[in-house]
Write a protein that binds this ligand. Structure first.
Ligand code: SF4
Ligand code: SF4
Ligand code: SF4
Length: 243
C-alpha cells in the first residue's frame, strides 16, 4: 500500500490519518501532534473525509512514519482507487436528533471493506437522521437513519402529528376518523415524538446511490450490510477504471 502523496513543494509528501467513524481519541490526537512536529512541519489539515492530513514529510522518513503510526493506533489512508474513509456524523449517541448510531455503522463498513482496492475511488457516508448533515447523498453510497411511523389503535385523531410534520405528509381528520400518510414522508420521526397516544416509529435506513436510486426503507442492520456488500462487490466486478 502507498500512503504518501507528492506535494507541490519539491521533495515533500503528505500523509493522511483515518478517523474511526468521524472520531479520534485524545491519545490519537496527541500522537498526531508528535507525528507532525517530529516528521512534518508542525502543521496539520482536516480533510473533507474526516481525516487528518500531515504535510511536509520527507521520503527518507517514510518507514519511520509508518512505524510510528502502527505503534500509536493511527491508521493511514491508502492512496489511489480504494474505498475511501467512511464518514459519519455523531449519530444518536450524542445528537438529540439522531436515529441511528452512524459512527458504529461507518466502523463496521470499514471493518468489512476498509482500504479495498477498486476500479476507481469509492465514497460512503452515514448520516444519523434525515437532516443529513454529512450530505451523504453526494457519495457513491449514502446511508441515512430513518423512522417509519406506524399508527396504533389508541389514536384519537388529535392531529398533533400532522401539525408537526415538516413536509405535510400526514392527513388527520377527526370527523372522518381519517389518518393517512403519503409518499412525501421523509422519515424524520418528529410525529412519533409528539404523539400523546401510541404512534410508533420503526427505525431503519434509507440508502442513496450515486445514480439517484434510493432504497426507501431498509429494516435491519443485517440487510443494510448485505446491500452494501453487494453494491461494493458489483462495483468491483463490473466497473472499469475512469467509468
Ligand atoms: S444528521 Fe442528524 S444525527 Fe447526524 S448530526 Fe445531523 S442532526 Fe444529528
Ligand atoms: S398525534 Fe397520535 S393520537 Fe394524535 S392523531 Fe397523530 S397518531 Fe393519532
Ligand atoms: S416521519 Fe417526519 S416526515 Fe414522516 S410523517 Fe412523520 S413527521 Fe412527517
Amino acid at each position: 500500500m502507498k500512503y504518501f502523496s507528492k506535494q507541490r513543494e519539491e521533495n515533500f509528501f503528505n500523509v493522511r490519518v483515518k478517523s474511526s467513524g468521524g472520531e479520534f481519541s485524545a491519545a490519537q490526537l496527541g500522537a498526531i501532534q508528535t507525528l507532525a512536529e517530529t516528521f512534518g512541519a508542525g502543521r496539520i489539515r482536516l480533510t473533507s473525509r474526516q481525516e487528518i492530513s500531515v504535510p511536509f514529510i520527507e521520503e527518507k522518513n517514510f518507514p519511520a512514519v509508518e512505524n510510528f503510526c502502527a505503534a500509536n493506533d493511527l491508521e493511514l489512508c491508502p492512496l489511489g482507487a480504494t474505498l475511501k474513509t467512511v464518514t459519519a456524523c455523531q449519530g444518536r449517541e450524542i445528537c438529540r436528533a439522531g436515529i441511528i448510531d452512524a459512527p458504529k455503522i461507518a466502523r463496521e463498513i470499514e471493518r468489512r471493506h476498509g482500504g479495498k482496492i477498486l476500479p476507481t475511488k469509492f465514497l460512503i457516508g452515514v448520516s444519523g437522521c434525515p437532516n443529513n448533515c454529512m450530505k451523504v447523498d453526494t457519495n457513491d453510497i449514502g446511508i441515512v437513519g430513518a423512522v417509519k411511523p406506524i399508527r396504533g389503535e389508541l389514536c384519537n385523531f388529535c392531529g398533533a402529528c400532522a401539525k408537526i410534520c415538516p413536509v405535510g405528509a400526514l392527513t388527520v381528520n377527526r370527523e372522518k376518523n381519517l389518518w393517512a400518510i403519503d409518499e412525501t414522508c421523509r422519515h424524520c420521526g418528529r410525529c412519533v415524538k409528539v404523539c400523546p397516544k401510541d404512534l410508533r416509529g420503526e427505525v431503519g435506513y434509507k440508502i442513496y446511490f450515486r445514480d439517484g436510486k434510493i432504497f426507501p426503507f431498509v429494516r435491519d442492520e443485517t440487510t443494510l450490510y448485505e446491500i452494501i456488500d453487494a453494491a461494493i462487490n458489483f462495483f468491483a466486478d463490473n466497473i472499469t477504471a475512469r467509468q
